[in-house]
Write a protein that binds this ligand. Sequence first.
Ligand code: MTE
Ligand code: MO
Length: 220
Amino acid sequence: MAEESEPPVSKLTRTKERWAREGRFLTGKITRPEEQRLPPGQHLTRDWPILDLGLTPEIPRERWRLDVYGAVEQPVFWDFVQFMAQAQKQVTCDIHCVTTWSRYDTQWEGLATRDLLLACQPRDDASFVVLHSYDGYTTNLALEDFAAEDALLVHSWSGQPLSAEHGGPVRLVVPHLYFWKSAKWLQAIEFLAHDAPGYWEVRGYHNRGDPWAEQRYSGD
Ligand SMILES: Nc1nc2c(c(=O)[nH]1)N[C@H]1C(S)=C(S)[C@@H](COP(=O)(O)O)O[C@H]1N2
Ligand SMILES: [Mo]
């Protein structure tokens, strides 16, 4: 299991904790993706903002490793070459950050989480995953959300290798949840029988984070 040092608490983190306490940006509306492409309280951006804890771990592909462990029958330890030898899938989706920006039609390529599940074989008691990143960030997902049909461990964006500032060599993309669930600089995936809230989830953010139900903050 990876040794973790606590990630830093920056000014941005303090601001986002305050937004959670104040319920900033909440509209109180609930919509469905079939009815409205832009989730409530979101606005469209044409550029691609960079949002993280302010550290950009520089992990060359040769040093990158993915560890998959916990409540699985077959733990997986891949280097980048082994990761790239897995089945490839392309997904085009919209992304939605809880700070209210959304971006349409982002194009990704990588390994479907469903294909990872075939490789690691979660045990019957596995119900949650925690993602661990090279910057010390963590985030948790219910196994059903992690296993969504369009969820990918991505290495490329718009046909180009994913840049370091956007989480390369490899990040997660879970299109149906707010983008903080999509861990950049992915280092490990831990399968658990119990839930274990991550960096934002212990700082006032919703445990699940469905943008159409406006699950921004805990208690929403
Ligand atoms: N490792 C790591 N992953 C992370 C974050 C982070 O700070 N560290 N921030 C999250 C948040 S809040 C968002 S909105 C997206 C931003 O991804 P982008 O910078 O590629 O737009 O990454 C998510 N994944
Ligand atoms: Mo975010």
